[in-house]
Ligand binder design. Structure first.
Ligand SMILES: [Zn+2]
Length: 290
C-alpha cells in the first residue's frame, strides 16, 4: 500500500506541489491537497467557518445566483446530462442535487483506500459519486471498474489534479479532460462520465464551457469537511472534525465533498463508518444522475 502510494505520489508530486489552489505542500502524505493557498480563480473568499477557502467560495460566496432554485435549463447546457443540467446554477456549476436527496462525492482517487470505501458503501447499500484523477485511474483501473459495477457515478477530476487548469487555454483544458475520459474508458469502455469537478473548485467560465462541450456538468458542493487538510487535523481529531462538519452542515439537497485518494484517507474512512448509517437514516443518499 505504501509502495503504490509512493509510486503515485512520485508521478504527480512535482506538478502538484508547484500548484496553488487547494493543492500544495503535503509531501509526507503525497497529497494533492496541502496548506490552503491564496491564489486561484476563487481566491480571497472568506464566506464561512471552514478552513478551505476554495470550498467556501464555491459553496456559498459571491455568487447570488448560485442556489438550488436556478432556472431549470439553458440552451448552453444542452450537450450535458439533462437531469444534471437542470440542477446547475446560472454560472453552470451544479452545487445541489436539485431535490431533497443528498449526494456523497469522493475526490482524488482511485487509491488503495478506495476498495475499503466501496465495501462500506456496499454494506449500507449507498450509492455515491467519484471524481477521479487520470493518473490515479491509470494506476488503479480495477477500482474504476468496481466503482461502475457497484452503480456509483463517475466525475472527471482532471488528468493530474492541475489546480490552475481552468486558467489555461480552452484547447489545453479540452485535451486534459479528454485524456482523463479516455483513461477512464480504457478501464470501463462504455463508462458514462456526466460530471466534471475542477481541482480545488477553481472553476473558470472556460473550464465550465469546455467540460459542457464534452458532455459534463460542472459539479460543486455544499459541505466540505476539509478531510484533505491533514496538516491541520490528524488522526482521531480529523475523524471527529469530519463527522461534526458533515453532521452539522448537511441539509436536504446537499452535496458533500470528501476524498478517497490524494493522501492518507484513514480518517475519512473512519469518519464514514460513523456517518454512513447516520446519513442514511436522515436522508436519501444518491449517486448523482448519469
Ligand atoms: Zn481534488
Amino acid at each position: 500500500m505504501t509502495r503504490t502510494r509512493l509510486a503515485l505520489g512520485a508521478l504527480i508530486s512535482a506538478a502538484a506541489l508547484a500548484l496553488a489552489g487547494c493543492g500544495g505542500t503535503d509531501p509526507s502524505s503525497a497529497s494533492w491537497h496541502g496548506a490552503p493557498a491564496q491564489s486561484g480563480f476563487a481566491s480571497g473568499q472568506t464566506g464561512g467557518t471552514e478552513a478551505h477557502p476554495i470550498s467556501d467560495s464555491t459553496a456559498q460566496a459571491g455568487r447570488p445566483a448560485a442556489s438550488a432554485s436556478a432556472t431549470p435549463s439553458s440552451p448552453a447546457s444542452a450537450s450535458a446530462s439533462p437531469a444534471a443540467s437542470a440542477s446547475a446554477s446560472s454560472d453552470g456549476i451544479m452545487r445541489q442535487t436539485g431535490g431533497t436527496q443528498v449526494a456523497l462525492t469522493f475526490d482524488d482517487g482511485p487509491s488503495a483506500d478506495t476498495p475499503k470505501l466501496l465495501a462500506m458503501l456496499r454494506q449500507h447499500n449507498i450509492k455515491a459519486t467519484f471524481c477521479v484523477v487520470g493518473v490515479a485511474v491509470q494506476e488503479f483501473p480495477q477500482y474504476v471498474q468496481e466503482i461502475v459495477k457497484d452503480g456509483h457515478t463517475l466525475c472527471n477530476h482532471t488528468w493530474k489534479h492541475d489546480d490552475k487548469l481552468g486558467k489555461k487555454s480552452a484547447d489545453t483544458i479540452r485535451a486534459d479532460l479528454q485524456r482523463t475520459n479516455d483513461e477512464i474508458r480504457k478501464a470501463v469502455p462504455d463508462a458514462q462520465i456526466p460530471y466534471f469537478r475542477h481541482p480545488g473548485g477553481n472553476f473558470t467560465p472556460t473550464a465550465v464551457r469546455v467540460s459542457r462541450d464534452l458532455g459534463m456538468v460542472s459539479l460543486g458542493w455544499t459541505v466540505d469537511p476539509s478531510d484533505w487538510n491533514t496538516q491541520k487535523w490528524k488522526g482521531d481529531q480529523m475523524t471527529q472534525h469530519i463527522i461534526a462538519t458533515v453532521r452539522n452542515n448537511t441539509k436536504p439537497g446537499g452535496v458533500i465533498l470528501s476524498h478517497d485518494g490524494g493522501g492518507d484517507r484513514s480518517a475519512t474512512l473512519a469518519a464514514y463508518k460513523t456517518l454512513l448509517p447516520e446519513l442514511k437514516q436522515r436522508y436519501t443518499l444518491i449517486a448523482l444522475p448519469n
